[in-house]
Design a protein around this ligand. Structure first.
Ligand SMILES: Nc1ncnc2c1ncn2[C@@H]1O[C@H](COP(=O)(O)OP(=O)(O)OP(=O)(O)O)[C@@H](O)[C@H]1O
Ligand SMILES: Cc1ncc(CO)c(N)n1
Length: 272
């Protein structure tokens, strides 16, 4: 019999194409043998080519979803994805500050792989001011790190500077992702307030990268839920993403930026 799993919560948007958002998060939680719960912030009509419609959920309904989960389950860790609007960011930040979410991984989703806006312009400041101070980790990609810090990310040194700035802004740790930089390796920089760790993996040449960011933050959240330290959680998550990208590199799902593979053989080597 499988022992009772740890519980993780994702507060994020729905991607009808199943490659990113809530769908990617729940599949990733399952891959790490963590029970996944969810609070949906927005519904997107989305596929591998683009986003054709977005409806945001009332903050009261988002809070009700979160409280239904936290009132009944012991949530060990939470991640946020698409938060869409400033009022939603502020509501989630208040819930996080109240201490009911456990360690919080903030994936500051702003734009989809296909270029659609997933966070209102006036909500960026709310992420910076209200949400970062509750984040155990914030995981921006290149563009998100630039918007949050004002630092142009053109090198590893700039990634380090941005990670340090994000910690100054209140996050306990920052992972500045390098998927959108050039070079033979995909290099992410982790700064936990003391140490800088460089995570490096060979760049996979594929169009199927839809959902890598969501998957990475969900995998980190799952590992934290299982009791891993932050550096180990990030290491395991990065390995999961690299393996999935390679596994699905030749997939032909959709005609655009295809979904990431969660079907790579071999279980994630996670033991708390
Ligand atoms: N082609 C690639 N090969 C290997 N690793 C990659 C590749 N692209 C992205 N990654 C890794 O995937 C993770 C997500 O990084 P990325 O910078 O693409 O985030 P993102 O833009 O938020 O993702 P998304 O495309 O889902 O929005 C990081 O660990 C990054 O290094
Ligand atoms: C719902 C949703 N969340 C996050 C992303 C980021 O990839 C996306 N494309 N869609």
């Amino acid at each position: 019999m499988t022992p009772t799993p740890a519980v993780a919560l994702t507060i994020a948007g729905s991607d009808s194409g199943g490659g990113a958002g809530i769908q990617a998060d729940l599949v990733t939680f399952a891959a790490f043998e963590v029970h996944g719960t969810s609070a949906i912030t927005a519904v997107t009509a989305q596929n591998t080519v683009g986003v054709s419609a977005v409806v945001t959920i009332d903050p009261d309904v988002i809070e009700a979803q979160v409280r239904s989960v936290t009132d009944d389950f012991m949530v060990r860790a939470t991640k946020t994805g698409m938060l869409a609007t400033a009022p939603i960011v502020e509501r989630v930040a208040a819930l996080a500050a109240s201490g009911i979410l456990g360690p919080l991984v903030v994936d500051p989703v702003m734009v989809s792989t296909t270029g659609a806006t997933l966070l209102d312009a006036d909500a960026v400041q709310a992420v910076r001011d209200a949400l970062l101070p509750s984040a155990a980790l914030v995981t921006p990609n290149r563009a998100e790190a630039e918007l949050l810090t004002g630092i142009a990310i053109t090198s590893i040194e700039a990634q380090r500077a941005a990670a340090q700035r994000l910690v100054e802004l209140g996050a306990r740790a920052a992972l500045v992702k390098g998927g959108h930089l050039d070079g033979p390796d995909a290099i992410d920089i982790l700064f936990d307030g003391r140490n800088v760790v460089e995570l490096r993996a060979p760049r996979v040449w594929t169009r199927n990268d839809h959902g890598t960011g969501c998957t990475l933050s969900a995998a980190i959240c799952a590992c934290l839920a299982r009791g891993l330290t932050l550096p180990r959680a990030v290491e395991e998550a990065k390995a999961y993403v690299t393996r999935g990208l390679a596994d699905g590199a030749d997939w032909g799902l959709g005609t655009g930026r295809g979904p990431f593979s969660h079907f790579a053989k071999g279980r994630p080597a996670v033991v708390a």
